[in-house]
Design a protein around this ligand. Structure first.
Ligand SMILES: Cc1ncc(COP(=O)(O)O)c(C=O)c1O
Length: 424
């Protein structure tokens, strides 16, 4: 009998995977809390929450129970001309806790589609109002997804290279690196002064895929404030940062000025089902509320507001809003800080960054920091050999664990990182 690994190789084409160079996939048969178990019985600590989606551990009984009940009640239903309890209830529960005065929830399928919807809403918003604001501004190095609109607002990179000439024009402002924050703000302001910016999109506080690059809430506040001053819409892409990742419930909770749209996915369902949300203000919604059919947002997906996904999101929200969850997030951040303080002066560590439950270490491998750093596979395999799933972004290793990870599990990961650094 062939193994899962062997059967996979015959029939599967994996995401972000150079299939000739990295053909092997580990066959996972079950998940339980912070662990994933493979077909040989080996258990891995999921230190990156399975692509940043898992909040409360794998196969969580509360989420499983709600999903199972929903499956036996209503598995799916068209969402144009029809509605259902889980979708309405989820919107009712999310709107009051989202940053900014959010008034409406638009459902889609994943993080990229949540961003696509936000971009389309922003561009059509100004068109519906008869105003010529068409420019979109984003931050250099951003990652907002892999569909064409989401790629367009993302930094140009090896991810986008084959498609660059087909992407629509976006103006990028410099990343607000320490000491260069004012330059980034000045560029944004000079663009806004032309009065043709439809929207500004940002990953608040942390650029994930760019290597967990972090910036201060004071900068985010000024970005959003400038956009308000010059009447450009603000899209907060909280796909990665949402639901407690950076400490507070949402990264935008750290500032006063609210966005006009919030994109959500990943942790939205606790990592159980695929779903995206674009939340928006009454002001944006009102620009589409018209007798003129041409002012409609003609966008949707077959699985929009899937009831099972909504049930998973409701169950995950129960757990996220529990005090035990914020206590866990604080505990993880405190552990990260202790570890980082001990390692930050090591000559092999270029930088340590912490934001809430995220810890990133930029390692000095003798080569420039890059997603294609030659040591990447060595680092990945080093941790796999120690039963830890830790997927480096080139020479940047980061932890983004499910919130249920224990201090002992964290300590095991930290000591493995120390071993790696000593071996470099
Ligand atoms: C900030 C951000 N936006 C959007 C996306 C795209 O989400 P998805 O992979 O669900 O399409 C990601 C994925 O990593 C992300 O980190």
């Amino acid at each position: 009998m062939s193994t899962l690994k062997e059967r996979d190789r015959e029939v599967i084409w994996h995401p972000y995977t150079p299939m000739k160079i990295r053909p092997e996939s580990i066959g996972i048969v079950s998940g339980d809390g912070v662990y994933l178990q493979d077909e040989d019985g080996k258990r891995y600590i999921d230190a990156i929450a399975s692509w940043w989606v898992n909040l409360h551990g794998h196969a969580h009984p509360h989420i499983a129970q709600r999903v199972s009940t929903q499956l036996q009640t209503l598995e799916h239903c068209i969402f144009a001309g029809f509605s259902h309890e889980p979708a309405v209830q989820l919107a009712e529960r999310l709107l009051p806790i989202l940053p900014g005065p959010m008034a409406k929830i638009f459902y889609s399928d994943n993080g990229s589609t949540a961003v696509e919807v936000a971009i389309k809403m922003a561009l059509q918003y100004w068109g519906n109002k008869g105003l010529k604001k068409k420019k979109v501004v984003a931050i250099e190095g951003a990652y907002h997804g892999d569909t064409f609109g989401a790629m367009s607002v993302s930094g140009r990179s090896i991810f986008t290279a084959p498609f660059d000439e087909k992407l629509f024009d976006v103006t990028f402002i410099p990343f607000p690196e320490e000491g260069k924050e004012q330059e980034s703000l000045n560029v944004l302001e000079s663009l806004l002064q032309d009065n043709d910016v439809a929207a500004f999109i940002a990953e608040p506080l942390v650029q994930g895929t760019a290597g967990m690059r972090m910036y201060d809430p004071a900068i985010l506040e000024q970005y959003f404030g400038l956009c308000k001053k010059y009447d450009a819409l603000v899209i907060a892409d909280e796909v990665m940062t949402g639901f407690g990742r950076t400490g507070p419930l949402f990264a935008c909770d750290t500032i006063e000025t609210g966005p006009d749209m919030v994109c959500l996915s990943k942790g939205l369902t606790g990592g159980t089902m695929a779903m995206g949300i674009t939340a928006t203000t009454q002001q944006v919604y009102d620009a589409f509320y018209d007798d003129d059919m041409l002012k409609t947002l003609y966008h949707g997906h077959s699985y929009t507001a899937n009831p099972v996904s909504c049930a998973a999101a409701l169950a995950s929200l129960d757990l996220t809003l529990d005090e035990a969850c914020s206590a866990n997030r604080e505990r993880i951040e405190a552990q990260h800080k202790i570890f980082a303080a001990g390692i930050k002066n090591n000559s092999k560590v270029r930088d340590t960054r912490i934001m809430g439950t995220i810890l990133a270490l930029e390692l000095d491998t003798g080569a420039p920091t890059s997603y294609t750093n030659a040591q990447r596979d060595l680092i990945y395999n080093f941790f796999i050999d120690r039963n830890i799933l830790l997927r480096p972004l080139g020479n940047i290793i980061y932890l983004m664990p499910p919130y249920c990870i224990t201090n002992d599990e964290l300590k095991y990961i930290y000591s493995s990182i120390t071993d790696l650094i000593n071996s470099l």
